[in-house]
Design a protein around this ligand. Structure first.
Ligand code: B3K
Ligand code: ZN
Length: 871
């Protein structure tokens, strides 16, 4: 299941077999060198059965130096070597069941642009082993159900690499000849090799402590590039909050004496939960208000929490095999979402979770790579760190939480840890613990783990004036696909609210378990208004035509904040849809009345900001079929313009009110959110575009540096880029000069440039690719230029000539050889071509066909291209 070298043949969950050998202890001696690092690995191995199997160890991109078995060197005739395996046949192994194998290999970290295994991030060495990167460090049984205790001695030049880190506790350190030094680390907790980590470099250290509920003091250490210490404070506070939250909410304490986080600039994803030594993309560590946005602050706290929570859900109890990835990821995302909801507004946090799910996960679930949260077939494991496994996985855990209740959920977690601490287990093991603890039959619920696609719920209601009986009939259908011919009815918690004159929002939890099911409610003097899916209680699509009047009733009267927001989005979405088909459609004025009421009311500003934010291009697209992307962008623009024109006075008043508020107010973030949504709408009207210039100046070029603020600065620039305003060029130049030395802010600059809605965008993109600070070898840079163009610039990405698709395909072709994981992530919008209108499908498909014939096509891309182009 690993990049580029492995067989392209898929692997199946059904083929899982326990390992024939276990590794009990691992002693590593790693001598670091840019082009030739040496790894000596001493493994104590135990055979698990009496069958005399060969020992097959995974290994890729390694130079084998020697193999020593129980102190006896093996000759080349005594083992076999391929690009991916070191095989020691049974005849070369000792008769006894226990033996020691010492393997020496050499690797080239400098050349490792895939950033898997041991690689260089700038001047520092670091590792990434999940899912199958450890096999790029040494030959090993690289599977999560092989758990061993690791001792790691790191040796390196003392001047270039004063800090040497690995998992666990530091047990020895000292100087060596030739200006070298060493540090030895020991991790007492048995772990799979995907949790191994090593870091070496020059860092500044932010140190603090946390005292656990039982009174143990844990050292907390955050390592950042020199000069960035002040920017690590928010990460430290976030870590301390996370540790306290897990104790309070789940009774889970940290276990080692030290918890380290290292921030690096070259990283394929957000962060990695290696035992006791998290490695983070610097994007999720470094922040100050001058250079990070409110969203950055929020995300840093969430990712720090996520990785910390993995210490129990992932590390102490890990996955038996990679098909079970959602066991740790779905559960840990659910935990970090609950944490964020408690730290901030729970309504806004939930809305933001749902936006991600609807805009991206629904598209994935409807596309060629659709898979159940527990996939059954995998070619390249890195392709399965998906929105489905993570976000839909978290929704599945949330449904469980809804069905059994908070107290039973806690009992289930306690039972799960009591049963499985220190083990590698399955999703079924987790659900069984939940079922046993709550006495709830979850056998049908388990189908969520094996069925893919977003279920569609059809809603039918009727009201009998005579009997005053209100009836609700729900039916469910999961998509039929090639690999899912006969989907079964799922167990779906549906929370509803019935709003009527004589009932103030009656809430009910319905358990939909049949294909079709009905419920009756009595005592309503008139037909109640149905608000479906309170808190978005299930990851489903609704087939339910509600008229504008009902939606407006929900917006005004529902108790559930999610329902109020969602009704507003449905209203906006229905206008977007109408405008897509008919550009002359006249939007009813009731919309403006509702918006003006929100703006002049005294509701929570962050919530109003969410209500005013229109469904994004992706959110809208995921609810439509054969989308005409040009018509859709036009429709969103037309609706924005309508709101801006009709509510300009209220928008301006809110904009000004949010600005005038006392800067020390605790609601700064909410104020900025509302202010910037108002600005985004007002900037559609030329007469208000001066506000953009003004805000940019105040936030980026202020005599009082403390008044400078990246949230406001970026919000202004985003408006400038969207409308290609006259000041844009000069603003972008000013921003570039100001932030040239600040990597993370330059990522924002590249993203802004790629989002400019202008006819010369393609020549600008070419210039950006040539920019002195652009490199496809840095994943953050690739994502900020290529990813931002495809996601934030739908008008030109989908331009009718196909040039946007061609641009993406050209960059993917280059990235294929540099970094297959990043290439494979960025290809997403192209493989989802079937959701677009036929002429766009054709253009997108032709780029995919070209990519399929690339020489040296990585497994990562091949798996996706094959899926996208089949039939
Ligand atoms: N577990 C890692 C993700 C690893 C991705 C490997 N391609 C981060 C996380 O989910 O916390
Ligand atoms: Zn995770």
């Amino acid at each position: 299941m690993s990049s580029s070298l492995s067989d392209t043949a898929p692997r199946f969950l059904a083929d899982y077999r326990p390992a024939d050998f276990m590794i009990k202890t691992v002693n590593l001696i790693i001598t670091l060198d840019d082009t030739c690092s040496q790894v000596i690995s001493e493994l104590s191995i135990e055979r698990q059965s009496n069958n005399k199997q060969a020992l097959q160890l995974n290994g890729e991109h390694l130079t084998l130096v020697s193999v020593v078995l129980d102190k006896q060197a093996l000759s080349k005739e005594q083992y076999q070597l391929s690009d991916t395996l070191l095989t020691i046949p049974a005849t070369s192994l000792p008769d006894g069941n226990k033996f020691t194998l010492t393997i020496t290999t050499e690797i080239n970290p400098q050349e490792n642009t895939a950033l898997e295994g041991l690689f260089k991030s700038g001047e520092a060495f670091c590792t990434q082993c999940e899912a199958e990167g450890f096999r790029r460090i040494t030959y090993y049984l690289d599977r999560p159900d092989v758990m061993a205790t690791f001792t790691t001695k790191v040796i390196a030049d003392k001047t270039l690499y004063p800090t040497l880190l690995s998992n666990g506790n530091k047990v020895a350190a000292g100087d060596l000849a030739n200006n070298k030094h060493f540090v030895t680390w020991h991790d007492p907790f048995p772990k799979p090799c995907y949790l191994f980590a090593l870091v070496a470099g020059v860092f500044d250290l932010l140190a603090d402590t946390f005292t656990t509920a039982s009174g143990r003091e844990v050292a907390l250490e955050i390592f950042v590039d020199k000069g960035n210490l002040a920017k690590a404070k928010h990460a430290m506070v976030s870590l301390q909050k996370s540790m306290a939250w897990d104790e309070e909410t789940f009774g889970l304490e940290y276990d080692l004496d030290i918890y380290m986080i290292v921030a690096v600039d070259f990283f394929n994803m957000g962060a990695m939960e290696n035992k006791g030594l998290n490695v983070f993309n610097s994007k999720y560590v470094l922040a100050d208000s001058q250079c990070a946005t409110d969203t950055d602050y929020f995300n840093i706290e969430a990712v720090i929490a996520h990785e910390y929570f993995h210490n129990w859900t992932g590390n102490r109890v890990t996955c038996r095999d990679w098909f079970q990835l959602s066991l740790k990821e779905g559960l840990t995302v659910f935990r970090d979402q609950q944490f964020s909801a408690q730290m901030h507004s729970s309504a806004v946090t939930r809305i933001q979770n749902v936006r991600v799910l609807r805009s991206q996960q629904f598209a994935e679930d409807a596309g060629p790579m659709a898979h159940p949260i527990r996939p059954e077939k995998v070619v390249e494991m890195n392709n399965f760190y998906t929105l489905t496994v993570y976000e839909k996985g978290a929704e599945v855990i949330r449904m469980l939480h809804t069905l059994i209740g908070v107290d039973n959920f806690r009992k289930g977690m306690d039972l799960y840890f009591a049963r499985f601490d220190g083990m590698a287990v399955t999703c079924d093991d987790f659900i069984n613990a939940m079922s046993d603890a709550s006495a709830k039959d979850l056998s049908q619920f388990k189908l969520w783990y094996s069925q893919s696609g977003t279920p569609v719920i059809k809603v039918q209601e009727s009201y009998d004036e005579q009997t005053k009986l209100y009836s609700l009939t729900l039916s469910q259908q999961s998509p039929v696909t090639k690999s899912q011919q006969n989907p079964q009815a799922l167990h779906i918690p549906i929370k509803i609210e019935l709003i009527s004159e004589n009932h103030a929002g009656q809430s009910e939890l319905l358990e939909l378990t049949q294909t079709e099911q009905s419920w009756q409610f009595n005592g309503f003097s008139s037909k109640p208004t149905l608000a479906m899916l309170s808190d978005f209680s299930a990851p489903v699509k609704l087939l339910f035509q509600q008229d504008d009047a009902s939606l407006l009733t929900i917006i005004k009267q529902a108790n559930n904040s999610f329902c109020r927001w969602d009704a507003g989005q449905k209203l906006l979405m229905s206008y977007i849809q109408q405008l897509t088909f008919d550009a002359d459609y006249v939007i009813p004025n009731e919309l403006l009345i509702a918006i003006n009421e929100m703006l002049t009311g005294d509701g929570d500003r962050a919530f109003i900001a969410e209500q005013l934010l229109l469904p994004s291009f992706d959110e809208a697209a995921s609810l439509m079929i054969e989308v005409d992307p040009i018509a859709l962008t036009r429709a969103i623009t037309a609706l924005s313009l309508f709101i801006a024109q009709g509510s300009q006075e209220e928008l301006l008043a809110s904009y000004q009110a949010c600005q005038q508020l006392d800067q020390s107010s605790a609601n700064l973030v909410a104020n900025r959110a509302l202010k910037n949504v108002c600005l985004a709408l007002l900037s559609y009207l030329p007469e208000y575009q001066y506000l953009v210039t003004q805000q940019y100046q105040q936030a980026t070029n202020n005599d009082d540096i403390l008044q400078e603020n990246m949230t406001d600065s970026l919000a202004a620039l985003t408006c400038s880029a969207k409308h290609n305003l006259v000041d844009l060029k000069q603003q972008l130049q000013h921003f570039e000069m100001k932030w040239l030395q600040t990597t993370l802010v330059m990522d924002k600059w590249f993203a802004l440039n790629a989002s400019v809605v202008s006819e010369d965008i393609f020549s600008q993109l070419d210039d950006l690719l040539m920019h002195a600070q652009f490199s496809l070898k840095n994943p953050n840079r690739s994502r900020s230029l290529i990813g931002a163009f495809t996601m934030n610039n739908p008008k030109y990405f989908h331009c009718p000539t196909g040039r946007g698709y061609q641009f993406l395909a050209e960059q993917i072709a280059k990235l294929n050889e540099i970094n297959p994981q990043v290439a494979s992530r960025l290809i997403t919008p192209l493989i989802q071509y079937k959701s677009f209108a036929p002429r766009h499908q054709k253009l997108m498909r032709s780029e995919l066909v070209k990519l399929q014939s690339l020489p040296k096509l990585s497994n990562d891309l091949k798996e996706k291209l094959d899926a996208a182009l089949q039939d």
